[in-house]
Design a protein around this ligand. Sequence first.
Ligand code: RIB
Length: 291
Amino acid sequence: MKVLNFGSLNYDHVYEMDHFTEPKETQSSLSYIRNFGGKGLNQSIALAKAGMDVYHAGKVGSDGQDFIDYLEKYNVKTDYLKKDNNEATGHAIIEICKGQNRIILHGGANQSIDEKQVDDVLSHFEQGDVLLVQNEISCMAYLIEKAHEKGMVIAFNTAPMNEKVFTYPLDLVDIFIVNEIEGAGLAGLQSNDNDEIIEGLKEKYPDKKIVLTLGENGSCYIEGERVVHQDIYKVEAIDTTAAGDTFTGFFLASYLKDKDVVKALDLAARASSITVQGKGAAQSIPDISQL
Ligand code: RIB
């Protein structure tokens, strides 16, 4: 079984702020740093740091060699990462303040992935291999359809949630990985009541595996009538960027290896509790030996 993560790569421009900038306000940042990020890249790093062999497919601009070197440093395979000199690498503007963040995305090369690239990449994978995707690249519907045709197992982290998600063939997804906002959206609810979200997901997706993170209320795994809860490990959060990506990578790596959801949820909770104690995205994801 091979694991393919077809996902975004962004330069994260991170500004530490006194408060989130208001409309009409100009304020100086307290600090600035540029990091490697993108939900795709972060999740590949998390999978690799959790001990999983992973191929990362995606697209970067002419300055993309840095991303290739970074991924390879953590043993992520980059054979299917394309450099396109006519595109700008994706980037994110991230304000962090009191442990919370706000993110503006510019898709750039992530949004120029086309059917040809999808076909080329998928030609290297086969039935039983796993595809992980997030919602930060183009050509998603085609990618999910073609991966399903091949008999690949499809895990979809619906972040960032938007209306495009409902244009994808969601019936072909095997595992959804969502937070409470994405979970409510997926269930077609406006609720922020966790029990209602769980019931809504059970009702709408009775034959799917669903991993639902609930912030301070922990996380759970839902499959049919089975619901497994996991508490958080309480720590002081400095920067929550990539906490969800860490959870996704560690959960999936552990689940695919042992098929033990209790163990996978616990490992993912422990890993993301470490990520929130560090600044930045990929760079704050722990190695499994730290858990
Ligand atoms: O999940 C965090 C990530 O979201 C950041 O690294 C940023 O690039 C955006 O994709």
